[in-house]
Design a protein around this ligand. Structure first.
Ligand SMILES: Cc1ncc(COP(=O)(O)O)c(C=O)c1O
Length: 320
């Protein structure tokens, strides 16, 4: 999907023009993948904000900022900002650019300093961009996905709980293979052959009225949408089990769906050309999908304080 530029990007505490947000080719991150990042959505809300512009709110902003700090900590990358400061900077950049709804991409990486694997002497740079972005996993009628021939990151190799740029080399292999073979996405198994997650989404399965998802120990990202769905399932009285899931369970389940900031809640129509249930969005996925979108779109009370309002200066809504 082409990136639509905006006016400003936040860099180390200042807003700079989009076109000036450049790095040197010899920056550490370019050679050794030393970056951590986040993907966050800001949703349109009913009504207008105090400036008269369309109202908008960022979904689970403190949790995303905290995960960025955690990812950096795993990689011994000291961020000179607290989670609260990152959250404030994200609000600033959205308000300055006046683009809602939007996708927000904070990234911290090792910049231009030294050559060599050890990153510790290369400076840490933090940037935050936002831009319009639409649906990620294709297929409004459900996604046709495959089990990838690539495994997810093995434990104690690349840490899955860090949202690190380098992890996405594995994701790229999964996603490319899936798309080249005519699927919208791939589901990777972990190194022991258990279901893990998509290239950029957590996985949920419904069987016999119970909602299953893979635990963090199966090489998954600690997804913020995943945790939101677990909360909503409890609220709706849906039994939830987090346990290692054998591959074949997905072929015989009643419903399956992906969650993620980009994918939101996307139901799976088929896996390896085997229909999931009758191929339509099943009742439990439908209930969770509705509960999720009602909150993010401001149609239901924000009972978990998941929304941070932003007050855009320029009224410039874009299609999501
Ligand atoms: C590998 C991977 N798993 C899961 C997710 C879903 O996480 P979240 O819901 O926090 O976006 C993402 C997206 O960030 C991801 O890249």
């Amino acid at each position: 999907m082409p990136i639509e530029s905006t006016q400003n990007i936040w860099h180390n505490g200042n807003l700079i023009p989009w076109d000036k947000a450049n790095i040197h080719v010899m920056s550490h991150v370019v050679h050794y993948g030393s970056s951590v990042f986040e993907g966050i959505r800001c949703y349109a809300q009913p009504g207008t904000s105090s400036s008269g512009a369309p109202a908008a709110a960022v979904f689970r902003l403190p949790e995303h900022s905290a995960r960025l700090i955690d990812s950096a900590k795993i990689y011994r990358m000291p961020l000179p900002y607290t989670a609260e400061q990152i959250s404030a900077a994200i609000v600033d950049v959205i308000e300055a650019n006046g683009i809602t709804p939007c996708y927000i991409r904070p990234i911290a990486f090792r910049g231009y300093g030294e050559i060599g694997v050890n990153p510790l002497k290369s400076p840490v740079e933090v940037y935050i961009a936002n831009f319009p972005w639409g649906k990620y996993v294709h297929g409004n009628d459900g996604a046709d996905v495959c089990i990838s021939s690539w495994s997810r990151l093995a434990p104690n190799t690349m840490p899955s709980l860090a949202k690190a740029g380098a992890n996405y080399m594995n994701s790229q292999l999964i996603r490319m293979e899936a798309e080249i073979n005519g699927y919208s996405e791939g589901i990777a198994l972990d190194v022991n052959g258990y279901l893990s997650e998509g290239s950029g989404e957590n996985l949920f399965i419904v069987r016999g009225g119970t909602l299953y998802t893979t635990p963090l120990a199966n090489s998954v990202l600690n997804g913020i949408t995943r945790s939101s769905i677990l909360t909503l399932a409890k609220q709706l009285g849906i039994p939830v089990v987090e346990q290692a899931l054998p591959r074949e369970l997905i072929y015989i389940c009643d419903e399956a769906f992906f969650t993620g900031t980009a994918a939101e809640v996307t139901h799976l129509r088929s896996v390896d050309r085997i229909m999931v249930g009758d191929g339509t969005m099943g009742p439990i996925t439908t209930a969770l999908h509705k509960a999720f979108f009602d909150i993010v779109n401001g149609l239901a009370p924000d009972r978990y304080n998941w929304l941070t309002p932003v007050n855009v200066r320029v009224a410039e809504p874009v299609g999501a």
